[in-house]
Design a binder for this molecule. Structure first.
Ligand code: AHG
Ligand code: MN
Ligand code: MN
Length: 334
């Protein structure tokens, strides 16, 4: 069969099983086009004067990198005029971005982390873009923050791009997970894997171990058992990986299994986790579940969490089902 482009994949989804509407197809294509532009900017590196700090802070109190700002602008510019969105929200903007009145409005809400893993930009390690798509609630014509505060189970699509040795787009519209690789000569994302499945068992884990002294007892117990290896209660050796770009860590897990954890810890009581629910945890949880894995806060399924704020943080434990369930079991045991 001839290679399948993202456009063809989406059109076939639209026509064959009615899984997506034309507007959602357009939305995903526009996001993918923006990811191509971000990939080009990242690829220029020091030659494009895109590295380093932008000397601004975002709403999270984090110093923005130039590429955080560039990626955010690329996604905004690409998405605001097409008529497919009711509003957008981003890690890099305190409030939702309304669609300017001069443009038509659509029925979807788009949320994104324009540049994930920004501490890795300046050292030439993989970074990414994460996005989540919700439906604008019925009757809402000027969506504010409350329109976005829907549980992740209501997402109609989610995906991420990873800007690594190749640029990939990983996508779910709620019926499995597909991977597209950017063909730089063609300028198109081409389907390179479909119906991904995360192995239920794994011998590989990902956690920032420098936070160990602040972990809570269930996480201390779980990681302690993994580190004890063959001599410990698990009776086997485990391997550890930590890229510090969630996109890259999750992509490895999607590719060969594993468990990723950024749990709640006691480092800063004001922060119930490091990662943000709306544009990091929820889209990744949808993708992982769609690939047969599991995603939990430790206490509940991430996709069931009722959000209370656009930028709220949440503990994240996701990946191979049997390991995620084990960690949840240790939390339930107290
Ligand atoms: P962002 O660059 O969008 O702020 O996200 C970074 C996140 C995530 O990608 C990664 O898993 C985690 O932060 C890394 O945290 P540490 O710096 O604690 O390793
Ligand atoms: Mn991020
Ligand atoms: Mn980011």
């Amino acid at each position: 069969m001839s290679p399948v482009s993202l456009t063809r994949y989406l059109i076939e989804k639209q026509h064959a099983d009615g899984r997506i509407k034309a507007d959602l197809r357009l939305l995903i294509e526009v996001v993918a086009r923006a990811c191509k532009a971000i990939s080009v900017a990242i690829g220029k590196g020091a030659l494009g004067n895109v590295l380093g700090s932008a000397d601004e802070e975002n709403v999270q109190g984090e110093v923005q990198k130039k590429l955080d700002v560039i990626a955010n602008e690329i996604l905004l510019d690409a998405n605001e005029w097409g008529g497919h969105l009711a509003a957008l929200a981003s890690e890099e903007m305190e409030h939702p971005h309304p669609i300017p009145h001069r443009y038509p409005k659509g029925e979807y809400l788009l949320l994104f982390d324009p540049l994930d893993g920004s501490s890795n930009i300046d050292v030439n390690i993989s970074v990414g873009t994460i996005f989540s798509v919700l439906r604008c609630p019925d009757g809402v014509t000027e969506p504010d923050e409350s329109a976005f505060l829907q549980p992740g189970s209501r997402q109609v699509a989610a995906g991420y791009a990873v800007y690594g040795p190749s640029t990939l787009l990983v996508l779910t519209v709620g019926d499995g997970v597909a991977v597209f690789t950017l063909d730089r000569e063609r300028g198109s994302f081409m389907l390179t894997a479909d119906n991904l499945r995360i192995p239920e068992d794994t011998r590989e884990f990902a956690i920032n171990a420098s936070n160990q002294r602040w972990w809570q007892p269930p996480v201390q117990r779980y990681i302690g058992e993994l580190l004890a290896g063959r001599e410990g209660p698990r009776g086997v050796d485990f391997n550890m990986r930590w890229v510090a770009s969630m996109v890259a860590d999750v992509h490895r897990i999607l590719s060969r299994g594993g468990i990723f954890m950024y749990p709640r810890d006691n480092k800063d009581p004001a922060k119930p986790g490091r990662l943000r629910l709306m544009y990091e945890a929820n889209p990744m949880a949808m993708i992982v579940e769609q690939a047969g894995g599991a995603a939990s806060t430790g206490l509940e399924r991430i996709l069931d969490v009722q959000p209370t704020g656009l930028h709220q943080r949440i503990p994240v434990i996701l990946g191979s089902r049997n390991e995620v369930e084990r960690v949840a079991g240790y939390h339930a045991a107290g």
